[in-house]
Design a protein around this ligand. Structure first.
Ligand code: HEM
Ligand code: HEM
Ligand SMILES: [Fe+2]
Length: 464
């Protein structure tokens, strides 16, 4: 195994641990909806939610970086350039996450001044980490970019997937700088903040996971490079063609000019196309190889990624992306339902597929299967779909009772929160969240034990 792959495994371990913290913070956040005075003034909802969504971003980023450190040396047949620096920065990264967590738990908030921005909280949703830590993340990511680019240069070889990856890392890094400015006009602030959130998840992250899934498909099913690269180009063109101006679907009601209603509505309505392309691609590959694979868990998680991305991001996003509907659904639990399905489908499932690919190589088995992964797969996906369903019902109740009937007044908001459909949705989310958490426990158990008892020498490829 390359040193870079050993580093990848460390990233995977950190990612899975943070995934666990994210679930605990999610369950806690859900509990406030059932007991609003829970931990009042000790640890309020806002802090639990910050924990939940910041760890989400970090575990996924760590998963992506791990995946690239895993596949890059394999792709170029050589060790990653400057790997020692990346190894050091991994610990710096983990230490920074730990320090920020302590601050978020014990300090929580400060005055509205520069000190708070630098040391407590930058205040931008999903990227709340204080400025010193945000600078640290920039350094870690720049090192990562250096590792990738320098390795390609040293190897004097580029593949199609690597070209897409390297070009994608430029906007991916630049957009993060958008976490920094502290603007006092809320409309202007949101205007720029969406460049980060939307362009990441509906642009650069989609391209990145496309590259990672291309490698994964070659690994797990032996798909030919020509096929995965052709699909990758098509998907990337469509993602960028629809996603960039699709940004407009966040500009409907924040004080931006009216033309965004049509631009955002039109382009974002086309955004499901590339995601449908990914599903067709995965099915095409699976069919072409008669569903044959040597790593069943990875294979199923790749399929879950393709479908989850299309349904969670594409279809659930499409449902509320036209301004005529978004007028009623904006900022309700409907949005939360889409947010969970999309992040899970597009990115969570993809990272888990890579964990199983690494698992297979580490345990040295030619064929990875078993029973536990199926339970993990089933509980996690069943739990998530249940949560998403509960949230959708709660969101639709809000759209009807609070917005359409109540006219969006404060009283209507309160009536919406007390509506039985809304309340049942919150209970459903809690129950299915617990099932999801059980799935996580099985996943961790399986990752630690899978492959132990499988024969190491027998070359075996089976149809799932
Ligand atoms: C046990 C499982 C989980 C529970 C109980 C849970 C619960 C919650 C709660 C209560 C919120 C706050 C919603 C609000 O502001 O009203 C939230 C937000 C969020 N969660 Fe989760 N969550 C879980 C798992 C996940 C997973 C697996 C992901 C993604 C992979 C995720 C991504 C998000 C995102 C993106 C938000 C922000 C949504 C928004 O503000 O629109 N969560 N979650
Ligand atoms: C992997 C891709 C995607 C992810 C991870 C994702 C995630 C999210 C999240 C977390 C939010 C809530 C943001 C917030 O207010 O905090 C959101 C909002 C939204 N997303 Fe997506 N999304 C994805 C793709 C899409 C696509 C393809 C569409 C359209 C077809 C879409 C349409 C929307 C719309 C219209 C909103 C605003 C909802 C509102 O007004 O409250 N999303 N998305
Ligand atoms: Fe968006």
């Amino acid at each position: 195994m390359y040193r870079s792959q050993k580093l990848a495994v460390r990233y995977f371990v950190a990612a899975v641990a943070l995934f666990g913290v994210m679930i605990i913070a999610g369950l806690l956040s859900a509990l406030y909806y059932l007991h609003p005075s829970l931990l009042f003034d000790v640890f309020n909802f806002n802090m639990a939610k910050i924990f939940h969504i910041d760890t989400l971003v970090i575990w996924l980023l760590m998963g992506f970086m791990g995946a690239v450190y895993w596949f890059l040396p394999q792709e170029l047949g050589r060790e990653v350039e400057g790997i020692w620096l990346a190894e050091i920065l991994f610990y710096v990264f983990c230490a920074a996450v730990a320090v920020v967590s302590v601050v978020f738990i014990f300090v929580q908030y400060g005055g509205s001044n520069e000190f708070s921005l630098w040391f407590i909280n930058q205040g931008r949703k999903y990227v709340e980490a204080p400025r010193w830590a945000a600078v640290g993340i920039v350094v870690v990511v720049l090192t990562f970019v250096y590792n990738v680019v320098a390795t390609c240069i040293k190897a004097r070889r580029m593949t199609g997937i690597l070209w897409v990856l390297v070009l994608d890392l430029i906007p991916l890094t630049l957009l993060y700088l958008d976490a920094f400015p502290a603007l006092t006009n809320m409309s202007t602030d949101l205007y720029w903040w969406w460049w980060l959130v939307h362009m990441w998840v509906e642009g650069t992250w989609e391209v990145l996971i496309g590259c990672i899934m291309a490698w994964a498909l070659m690994d797990v099913m032996g798909t030919s490079r020509r096929i995965v690269e052709t699909w990758l180009y098509i998907e990337v063109m469509l993602v960028l063609g629809t996603g960039i101006l699709g940004l407009g679907h966040h500009y409907f009601w924040i004080g931006t000019p009216q033309y965004w209603l049509s631009i955002g509505g039109f382009f974002s309505a086309l955004e499901p196309l590339p995601l449908l392309g990914m599903v067709v691609h995965a099915i095409y590959d699976a069919g072409a190889h008669h569903m044959k694979t040597n790593n069943r868990p990875a294979f199923y998680w790749i399929l879950a990624e393709a479908f989850g991305n299309f349904i969670g991001a594409g279809m659930f996003g499409f449902m509320m992306t036209l301004p005529q509907i978004n007028l009623f659904s904006h900022g309700t639990q409907w949005t939360v339902s889409h947010g969970h399905f999309a992040f899970w489908g597009a990115y969570g499932c993809g990272v888990i597929a890579i964990l199983y690919i690494a698992k297979q190589k580490i345990s040295g088995v030619n064929f990875l299967d078993g029973r536990a992964w199926k339970w993990g797969f089933g509980l996690l996906n069943f739990g998530l779909i249940g949560m998403v369903g509960g949230l959708l019902i709660a969101g639709i109740a809000q759209a009807f009772y609070e917005r359409a009937i109540g006219g969006s007044t404060l009283m209507a908001f309160m009536a919406g929160q007390e509506n039985p459909w809304f309340v049942s949705g919150m209970y459903a989310r809690m129950g299915f969240g617990l099932i999801f958490a059980a799935g996580y426990v099985v996943l961790v158990y399986d990752l630690l034990s899978a492959g132990k008892h499988a024969p190491k020498s027998a070359v075996k490829t089976q149809a799932p």
